[in-house]
Design a protein around this ligand. Structure first.
Ligand SMILES: Cc1cc2nc3c(=O)[nH]c(=O)nc-3n(C[C@H](O)[C@H](O)[C@H](O)COP(=O)(O)OP(=O)(O)OC[C@H]3O[C@@H](n4cnc5c(N)ncnc54)[C@H](O)[C@@H]3O)c2cc1C
Length: 343
């Protein structure tokens, strides 16, 4: 196993920020993992596992060992007439797993099509989109402790999956390497097209859903039109999470801002952070949406997406995120929480 020193990570994060890792290696095979855990460089340094780099912001050089995960493989573990268990290695590309499932007419994962990144990062933030979440289909997560190399399987409940959240982002942060995940999918039609944008797209294009592939194709098209492609302009998708609020606090806000969009979800109400960001700006009467200063900015169509126009440092992006957070707090007394992992 080759260990590189002072390794350039610019190509390994979708923000495209330049940062260097003190130490860097890749794992391509499960056997590499045993070797990795035995290395003195592994034991003595902070470890950062990296998939597609589509949910990280490197705020500076990394004083540790960065491990790029290339563990591949997808298999059907078992099936009944109605359900199927699929196991995927963590270095698989998430969208390839979606295609594996929809091509076999397995339902449950199709709304999560075209989310960038790897399978192993999906439980980290319980990836979600277009009315679906990993939580709805996850069976278990196989991990190895980064402290002593022991294997542990987390059931779905043990992962404590919430809105863009999990135990791996909180008390077990950096304590486990996610090795593989198992999903339970349905062999019987289970379409979920209640999400407004998806519904409108299907109606407008007169698409009749006959298979999960019809949904994954629709979601892919919507996403391609809506989100900036990181290959063209550096970004990590939504930089901030949406806000979930209790009824009492919402009432007060709505009195002051009756136009504020809000959506009831269970016993909480969701407020799109994009709207809050649009209402604030670098100066009175301006909006962050479409803002550009030097190398960084806020996307012109997506206020949640911070972009690197080329050559921005992680520090510059972090500073802009802080300015946005402060201005939203000053106006609404609401604290934005980053969805992106700042490293
Ligand atoms: C254009 C765009 C659109 C996006 N849209 C969505 C969306 O709709 N929904 C959504 O949920 N997300 C979205 N994202 C965010 C991102 O795609 C997901 O969070 C994805 O799961 C990240 O995968 P990754 O492999 O790139 O993770 P990375 O960025 O490589 O890592 C993310 C975090 O997980 C840790 N990690 C990665 N792999 C492992 C592992 N095997 N074991 C332990 N820790 C690990 C890393 O250390 C880091 O803290 C979007 C991003 C972009 C750029």
């Amino acid at each position: 196993m080759k260990i590189y020193r002072d390794y350039d990570l610019t190509e390994l994060n979708t923000f495209g920020v330049s940062a260097r890792a003190k130490l860097f290696t890749e794992i391509n095979d499960p056997a590499d993992l045993t070797e990795l855990f035995a290395l003195p460089e592994f034991k003595e340094n902070k470890k950062i596992f990296l998939g597609g780099g589509s949910n990280v912001l490197f705020t500076g050089d990394l004083d540790g060992l960065v491990v790029l995960n290339n563990l591949k493989g997808i298999e059907v573990l078992s099936e009944t007439t109605t359900e199927v268990l699929i196991r995927a290695m963590s270095g698989e590309i998430w969208h390839d797993l979606v295609l594996f499932a929809v091509d076999r007419e397995y339902w449950g994962i199709e709304n999560l099509a075209f989310i960038p990144g790897t399978v192993g990062a999906a439980p980290m933030q319980n990836v979600g989109a277009y009315g679906a979440e990993l939580k709805n289909i996850l069976e278990n997560v196989e991990t190895f402790s980064t402290e002593d190399g022991t294997k542990r399987i987390f059931t779905r409940d043990e992962c404590e999956l919430g809105y863009r959240d999990s135990i791996f982002k909180n008390e077990l942060k950096e304590k486990y390497f996610i090795f593989a995940i198992t999903l339970k999918l349905s062999k019987i039609e289970k379409k979920n097209i209640s999400y407004k944008i998806l519904q409108e797209y299907l109606e407008k294009n007169k698409i009749i859903i006959k298979s999960p592939r019809d949904i994954s194709d629709a979601v892919t098209m919507i996403r391609k039109n809506k989100l900036p492609d990181p290959k063209i302009i550096g970004n990590a998708g939504s930089f901030f999470k949406n806000i979930f609020m209790e009824q009492e606090k919402l009432k007060n806000l709505l009195q002051k801002y009756p136009d504020m969009p809000h959506f009831r979800e269970d016993n909480l109400t969701k407020i799109p952070s994009a709207w809050l960001i649009e209402q604030c700006g670098p100066a009175n009467g301006t909006s962050w949406k479409g803002y550009k200063l030097g190398n960084v900015g806020v996307h012109e169509r997506q206020a949640l997406v911070i972009v690197n126009y080329g050559g921005a440092s992680g520090e510059e992006i972090k500073n802009l995120a802080e300015k946005i957070t402060n201005s939203v707090f000053d106006k609404f007394k609401i604290k934005l929480i980053p969805e992106v992992n700042l490293i």
